[in-house]
Write a protein of this length. Structure first.
Length: 160
């Protein structure tokens, strides 16, 4: 059984997002062991300097990597990553499982991005789209795609 965790900067505040995340987390329970970890975001002024931006990414990066184990296959969500279709993503999860990498971690960084250390640790950098999504909403979108991939890999139907 796959062990999947999402490690994300910031806390979910909106009730509708919490409810959606709870629903997909429950659905995923039939397919994977799932864990969602939220780390604190680092305060940053509106008009931040490059140095302050790097400081924020470093501090958040330390918090994120604290939850990543050596054996985790780490997928970083980033606009600069490679795109995958839902079928390709399902195949990636199946391939990781067959290769004995049953622990998969996803990182969703803060609004300024992630530190170089997080980027270097990533096994795969994935971009959903060239669009920018709110970080809190993106967690729900990612959960839906993980659920969709599980349904695909189990040969079960799911809406298109």
């Amino acid at each position: 059984m796959l062990h999947i965790k999402i490690v994300a900067v910031g806390k979910i505040k909106e009730k509708y997002l919490k409810e959606g995340i709870k629903e997909y987390s429950k659905r995923l329970g039939a397919y994977v062991k799932f864990q969602m970890i939220e780390v604190d975001d680092e305060p940053c002024s509106e008009k931040h300097s490059l140095a302050e931006m790097e400081r924020v990414k470093q501090k958040e990066g330390i918090r994120l990597l604290k939850h990543i184990e050596e054996q985790d296959y780490l997928i970083l969500l980033d606009l600069q990553g490679r795109g995958l279709s839902s079928l390709q993503f399902a195949e990636m999860l199946a391939t990781r499982s067959l290769a004995g990498q049953s622990k998969i971690a996803f990182i969703i960084g803060g609004s300024l991005g992630v530190s170089a250390q997080v980027q270097e640790r990533a096994n795969y950098v994935w971009s959903f789209s060239k669009l920018t999504f709110p970080h809190q909403l993106f967690r729900l979108i990612l959960l839906e795609q993980i659920y969709r991939a599980c349904k695909i890999n189990h040969g079960e139907t799911y809406h298109k």
